[in-house]
Design a protein around this ligand. Structure first.
Ligand code: GTP
Ligand code: MG
Length: 227
């Protein structure tokens, strides 16, 4: 590793200097408050869509929803990595993943149905969109990512706050959770990396076969209520 003293103007020096900078707790609390509201609004909307879908198609497309607000430490790390000032202002100005919501669906079709429903919500703004399901990452990572602008109302008026949404199936979530747990830290052997790329395809194939069973059962039992 390059020593800090050998790289006085480089990244290591910058990180070492910035490591002492912090966003005060009070400023962090103020910063995240409207993001928390935006995230909750989106979560409620997602639950509403799930219920609507159930009434229309007898099925819940969403298995579960997870939400998180980026921690103070994690915000500070990201600002350091981007060589930005460690301030609440810089965070608000540049980060679009302070609020995150993960929507886990049963099948890939469900992800695209939910996506279509989101796109028909006229009050939400689509800021960014990446389809890692059609175009998986080289690691094998699959999910549909969007940054949505959610209107938050205050006495001064309305402002859009970004919420990062990740839509994926249970199979994709199994892969991402395991890969994060196993491949996140340390040196990863090539055989592990290769195996995970394979597992991604195998999980997609398993999901496809399970969907086939569901479709068959449906065809033969058109009236049967589904859970
Ligand atoms: P970030 O700075 O990490 O937010 O990168 P980005 O803005 O380019 O977004 P990207 O779409 O690459 O990834 C955002 C999030 O998706 C990450 O924070 C992870 O939650 C997830 N993700 C992306 N790639 C992978 C991957 O290869 N494995 C796993 N387990 N998760 C991933
Ligand atoms: Mg992120």
């Amino acid at each position: 590793m390059t020593g800090y003293e050998n790289d006085p103007n480089g990244y290591a020096a910058y990180v070492a200097q910035k490591a002492n900078d912090h966003i005060p707790q009070e400023e962090y609390d103020q910063l995240v408050e409207p993001y928390r509201e935006a995230m909750t609004r989106l979560e409620v909307r997602m639950k509403g869509l799930n219920e609507d879908y159930r009434k229309k198609y007898r099925d819940y497309p969403i298995h579960n929803i997870q939400t998180r607000i980026k921690s103070r430490k994690s915000i500070e790390h990201k600002l350091v990595a981007r060589k930005l000032p460690i301030t609440a202002f810089a965070a608000k100005d540049t980060l679009t993943d302070i609020a995150g919501i993960r929507v886990i669906c049963y099948f890939t079709d469900d992800v695209y149905h939910i996506l279509a429903a989101i796109k028909s919500q006229t009050d939400l703004m689509i800021i960014k969109e990446s389809d890692y399901i059609t175009y998986p990452k080289s690691s094998g990572y699959k999910s549909y990512h969007m940054v949505l602008g959610i209107p938050v109302y205050r006495i001064e008026g309305m402002q859009y706050y970004p919420v990062e949404i990740q839509l994926r199936t249970l199979a994709m979530d199994l892969w991402a959770s395991m890969e994060h747990r196993i491949c996140y830290k340390g040196e990863i052997p090539d055989e592990t990396t290769d195996a995970f790329t394979r597992y991604s395809n195998e999980l997609s194939e398993m999901e496809r076969r399970m969907k086939h069973h569901l479709d068959e059962i449906r065809r033969n039992n058109p009236q049967e209520p589904m859970q």
